[in-house]
Write a protein that binds this ligand. Structure first.
Ligand code: NAP
Length: 543
């Protein structure tokens, strides 16, 4: 399907809502706000809907949450008619799904594609003009809306490391998050892959099957558990559809908005043999949920060590060369950094055309026209794949020049680290909402469920203001501070708070620290949001 062209021309009309981004969040936002009778327009940098699933077309790209959960639940007919073909959907299938949603609800007429928002400024009410946001786009146009909803994605601002000589490389280089639409043919090429997070771990096996030679540059090994993907049989899908309501309700009670229940409260409360059986079962069947096999794995270091050692032993079994297996073995607690899923990843290192170069102690010196240099030696390459991740959670927000009340810039406000009340709104930025902002569960839960919860909450809030003839909503400082303190406190209780990772911005040089996603789980978070709304939007100033 062809991409859509950009629309030119500023608009003087005052919209109710501008949505930035048309991934899962933006698409649902357009549907929801329109349904509630708000005038809405979304701006999307890509050529079509899809967000992360539009840009990430690298080989092997696939969701690591099961398709029956990683899908919308707002419309039962949609849920009943869509046929997922695999347990974990591939990128093309997810992109087809989100395109289908846009078609089915005729959403594209309110989305402007190939249009990147570059700035947004809050203007206080004056005379007959209500307070509003003026939004500028890359084509030089401006648009106005009373409210702004930033659905700009949490893993959408690619991180391309500043390696000396990067631009001198003679071959082609690609970031996994900006993969060419028509794919890349690596046949007969020597390929260097930098990065071994989820994107590297998914793409390396497929690149290795095609390329003449693959050299992987690994700074930190990660834990990968079997993806256990397989086709979804029609009878399984029918059974799920007959119980979808129940399944969705059970998922919302799950810590990660998924219906997994741990095998027990503590990995230390059962015998070694029993524990191994549990791990073996979760390893074979449950993908990423492995890290929740016992309820204390992410909260108790000794419990965590039992699971970490289980996976470390598996790596030793899967990789023939002992030295390579050791290099691939993570030393930090399991789940402390985002876990990955393995489809032939570890086994790929048994291939004769794959080499693992450890750059943990000796970093990449530079890139030269012929390849990648480490310790003075050049590893020849015809192509480089940067699987080097993202400026996560805040990157896309800070890439726009966002200016709140009195011209306050979001970058200045967050100079010491990001804070937002409930991860939804920042003081000084009235009438601006973030979807999956810092301080919300975002990347730690099933994101589609999280997105629906956020958009529903924002839509209810806008309807509340409209019903009462109110103009503005803004987080109150004391509540924003209290939420940030609570966020830190729950992060410290979890082993996740202890590692350098993209969760706390450690992957981006100079990025202020602090654990960004809310670790308290989806049920506690959504309950808090509901309470806030029921108490007349407690913690927000309405005017
Ligand atoms: P990532 O997890 O941040 O991994 C980036 C990798 O690049 C890391 O191994 C990092 O090493 C390495 N790196 C960065 N700069 C480097 C440098 N200068 N020299 C050497 N290595 C360097 O990024 P990602 O793999 O794109 O994944 C990001 C997130 O997206 C995932 O955690 C996940 O949440 C999501 N995702 C999900 C799926 C899925 O659903 N299956 C797939 C892909 C991505 P260090 O670790 O040492 O910094």
């Amino acid at each position: 399907m062809a991409d859509h062209t950009a629309e030119t021309g500023s608009s003087s009309a005052m919209l109710d809502v501008i949505v930035v981004g048309a991934g899962f969040a933006g698409v649902y936002a357009v549907y929801k706000f329109r349904r509630l009778g708000f005038s809405v327009r979304a701006f999307e940098a890509g050529g079509d809907v899809g967000g992360t699933w539009y840009w990430n077309r690298y080989p092997g790209c696939r969701c690591d949450i099961e398709s029956i959960y990683y899908s919308y639940q707002f419309d039962d007919d949609l849920q009943q008619e869509w046929e997922w073909t695999e347990r974990y959907a591939s990128q093309p299938e997810i992109l087809s799904y989100i395109r289908h949603v846009a078609d089915r609800f005729d959403l594209r007429r309110d989305i402007r594609f190939n249009t990147r928002v570059t700035a947004a400024r809050f203007e206080a009410a004056s005379g007959q003009t209500p307070s509003h946001w003026t939004v500028a786009t890359n084509g030089g146009q401006t648009h106005k809306a009373r409210f702004c909803v930033m659905a700009s994605g949490v893993l959408s601002a690619p991180n391309l490391p500043d390696i000396p000589g990067r631009d001198t490389f003679a071959g082609k280089s690609h970031h996994t998050g900006r993969w060419p639409r028509d794919g890349v043919d690596f046949t007969g090429l020597k390929v260097a892959v930098v990065g071994t997070g989820s994107s590297g771990i998914q793409s390396i096996p497929l690149i290795a099957e095609q390329a003449e030679r693959v050299t992987v540059f690994q700074r930190t090994p990660n834990y990968a558990v079997p993806a256990s993907n397989r086709p979804l049989e029609p009878h399984e899908l029918n059974d799920i559809k007959s119980r979808y309501g129940e399944i969705r309700a059970a998922s919302k009670k799950g810590f990660t908005a998924l219906p997994f229940k741990p095998a027990g409260p503590s990995a230390l409360g059962v015998s070694g043999g029993e524990r191994e059986q549990v791990y073996e079962h979760w390893w074979r069947n449950n993908g990423l949920a492995f890290q929740g096999a016992f309820a204390d794995l992410l909260f108790n270091e000794d419990a965590n060590l039992t699971a970490a050692n289980f996976v470390r032993n598996k790596i030793r079994e899967l990789v023939n060369n002992e030295e390579v297996a050791e290099r691939l073995t993570p030393r930090f607690p399991l789940g402390c950094r985002r876990m990955c899923v393995d489809t032939r990843y570890y086994a790929t290192y048994n291939r004769t055309n794959v080499t693992l170069v450890d750059v943990s102690r000796r970093p990449i010196d530079g890139i030269v026209p012929e390849g990648v240099c480490v310790g003075g030696a050049v590893h020849a390459a015809d192509a480089i794949v940067f699987a080097t991740g993202y400026d996560a959670i805040t990157g896309a927000l800070l890439a726009m020049n966002l200016r709140g009340r009195g011209g306050l810039s979001l970058r200045d406000k967050w100079a010491e680290g990001p804070r937002a009340y409930l991860g939804l709104a920042a003081r000084g930025f009235p009438n601006l909402f973030m979807v999956n902002g810092p301080g919300s569960p975002s990347v730690l839960i099933n994101m589609v469920t999280g997105v629906e919860q956020h958009i529903d909450w924002i839509a209810d809030c806008l309807a509340h203001l409209r019903n009462r003839g109110l103009d503005a909503v803004e987080a109150i400082a004391q509540h924003e501070d209290a939420w940030a303190a609570h966020n830190n406190e729950v992060a410290e209780r979890s082993i996740r708070g202890n590692c350098a990772s993209w969760y706390n911005g450690a992957n981006i040089p100079g990025k202020p620290g602090g654990f960004m996603p809310y670790v308290g789980g989806f049920p506690a978070y959504s309950e808090k949001c509901e309470q806030v709304a029921q108490n007349g939007y407690e913690g927000f100033a309405l005017s």
